[in-house]
Ligand binder design. Structure first.
Ligand SMILES: Cc1cc2nc3c(=O)[nH]c(=O)nc-3n(C[C@H](O)[C@H](O)[C@H](O)COP(=O)(O)O)c2cc1C
Length: 369
């Protein structure tokens, strides 16, 4: 039987994904002092038991002050490494999903409060750093512009976190260069006002993110994929644009990035983002065609038919689903059923699929619709 595109394997270096569905990285705001907790085990465990090709753990700070919030994961010392190391054998034991980690530095958006407490700078936040001393928005503190020593320190922190991720046994790393966090703060002229070799021209603004990518690639094994997440556009005239993203993708492809997840926005608080179903798919398509790099599309892709169409039209090689998986950790099973695909299920749950107990089809959620 020929599988639908969404359920065909994908090989990235030495890693073969069993299907093209990815769980998008999503902050859980549930760590303590950067350390993963039981919440993470149950949350990612439920995803792993469902069998998406790839699960990317949430944005994880490469330094304490690089975390998005005081409740975000970190990977910067032995305690944070041990916390994540506890998860991996369990997640691997639950299914076949490749497990990745999103490494990032929040820059001027660090130390923020969880969205359910209203967002904004947290009371227990910290002084932040960025490309320039431009605050994220009204009510946010001015970050300190990084000097040469600061840049070197952060690049070294990315490298050290990658080495810890390797020891832990992650299958892939995704570097966070999107959503207005530090690497994006260097890329966008809205946040980067530097006058040295890291600001001004496009080449200069790309310099620090490309240096970080190159340094991480140098310590991440040649048989393991390294991905990158970008915001393809700031959605603002004078900001980072899709043309800039194509140029950036051509550069980071040369440095050994294996796939790019194409998101958008986040560098400024108020941008007119045209949110609608699949509104970022065309951005992934353009980067895939013009830069010749595998893409993962994401954003308001609610159902299997939309995901399959994004692959069929040549916009993407992978589809990431975020909130759909929060609502239904078995999203991928239902996508397989909708597309008539075969996929492996944990034997413990096969009774839910009408495999061997009478009446199972009537017990499934669709029966209630
Ligand atoms: C609760 C929550 C947390 C998120 N955290 C992250 C994150 O850690 N890193 C990241 O790159 N994007 C993050 N995102 C964005 C998602 O990865 C995804 O791009 C976005 O939700 C759009 O996809 P969706 O419409 O399928 O949810 C988060 C989104 C949500 C809803």
């Amino acid at each position: 039987m020929t599988q639908p595109l969404l359920f065909q394997p994908l090989t990235l270096r030495g890693l073969t994904l069993s299907n093209r569905v990815a769980v998008a990285p999503m902050c859980q705001y549930s760590a303590r002092e950067g350390i993963a907790q039981d919440w993470h085990l149950q949350h990612y465990g439920a995803m792993a038991a469902s069998g998406p090709g790839m699960i990317v753990l949430e944005a994880t700070g490469v330094a304490p002050e690089g975390r998005i919030s005081p409740l975000c994961l970190g990977l910067y010392d032995d305690a944070t490494e041990a916390g994540l190391a506890r998860l991996i054998p369990a997640l691997k034991g639950f299914g076949t999903s490749a497990i990745g980690i999103q490494l990032g530095h929040a820059g001027r958006k660090g130390g923020s409060a969880p969205p359910w407490t209203g967002g904004g700078p947290a009371k227990d936040g910290w002084p932040t750093v960025s490309a320039s001393d431009v605050p994220f928005d009204d009510g946010w503190p001015a970050p300190e512009a990084l000097d040469a020593a600061g840049l070197a320190r952060i690049k070294a922190a990315f490298v050290a976190a990658a080495q810890r991720a390797l020891r832990i046994g992650f299958d892939l790393i995704e570097l966070h260069s999107a959503h207005g966090y530090l690497l994006h703060q260097f890329l966008s002229p809205l946040s980067n006002r530097r006058t040295d070799s890291y600001g001004g021209s496009l080449d200069n603004r790309m310099r620090f993110p490309l240096e970080v990518i190159e340094a991480v690639r140098a310590v991440w094994p040649a048989d393991k994929p390294l991905g990158l997440r970008i915001s393809a556009t700031d959605w603002i005239d004078g900001g980072w644009s899709i043309e800039d993203s194509v140029a950036y993708a051509k550069e980071f492809r040369q440095l050994g990035i294996d796939f790019v997840c194409v998101s958008s926005g986040g560098v400024v608080a108020k941008a007119p983002i045209p949110i609608s179903p699949g509104y970022q798919i065309h951005l992934a398509g353009r980067i895939r065609r013009e830069a010749g790099i595998p893409t993962r599309t994401v954003g308001l892709i609610a159902n299997a038919a939309q995901a399959e169409a994004a692959l069929a039209e040549g916009s993407a090689d992978l589809v990431a689903i975020g909130r759909g998986f929060l609502d239904n950790p078995r999203w991928v099973w239902h996508a397989a059923q909708a597309l008539g695909a075969e996929m492996a299920y944990p034997p413990q749950y096969m009774a839910a699929l009408g495999k061997y107990w009478p009446g199972a089809a009537l017990a499934r959620p669709q029966a209630a619709e």
